[in-house]
Design a protein around this ligand. Sequence first.
Ligand code: ZN
Length: 313
Amino acid sequence: MNLLMIKEKIKNIYDKIIGPFYRRTVSDKKVLYPFFIIVASLFCIMLAELSPHGKMRAWYYELTHREIMDKGIQYAETENNISAEIGNFLTYYRYEKFGASDPATVDAEAPMIALTFDDGPNPEYTKRILDVLNANYSHATFFVVGTNAEKYPDTLKAILSSGSEIGNHSYNHANLTTVGAEKVETEIGEVNRAVKKATGENTTVIRPPYGAYDENLLNQLQEPVVLWDLDTEDWDSRNAQIIVDKVLADVKDGDIVLMHDIYESTAEAMEILVPKLKELGYQIVTVSEMAKYKGKELELGKPYGKIQGLSKE
Ligand code: ZN
């Protein structure tokens, strides 16, 4: 094949593709021009969608992020002996993708808060909250009720795998000051049994339902009692923006924030709030971690939050 033949071939192809646009009759052009404009517009829309702020890109980003997180967590669950390596991988991934810090570098002098979630676990909303915590290298404390703990063992596992903490919120959400010592024993014991069965670990802290406690109860309970300093009243508003505004208006170093991981609005609020709190310089840790970093040992027989918060003041 010589140069002339190649030239001829190119001309043929050119004629086939481009030719119609200038050799057509006027009536053909009436059809072709609108067609050309529509195709060009679709192309522009596609470019916009794929841009850094486009929805398609955000969707793809979210998809791959979830896949990686799920893989990491499953892996850590099944291969206990190499979970440290997975931990390192996740740390690197979060650092790369989100500029999140390593938990080993929590600065005891910098502000920190403990987000707490009662009444779960919930397979959907707890999972969403864990996703946003993971993405921001943050931890929280989940005070679970026994009825849900028994139903959703996988969610309990996911809480621990992501470095968060499981607390006890009684089996039936009972007012522990009115049921009598024997019933307190079963209300607390049954949750511990369910958590132990699902995760192999014990709960570490207790939050009595309604924050109700008295001397007798404090003397009976064998894990530190944790109340709260900042009540979001998320069960009342069921509105993500109201929850976000309330926390941002009142939050201060050492706060224990009360929320419930059984509402979609709370999960939605967390997706806005956690990155925002990180941006404001707050480290988000579990109640037990906060006590540790602030050099306070959680003691039995004392309610923390409200009365003896973990704030410096
Ligand atoms: Zn509750």
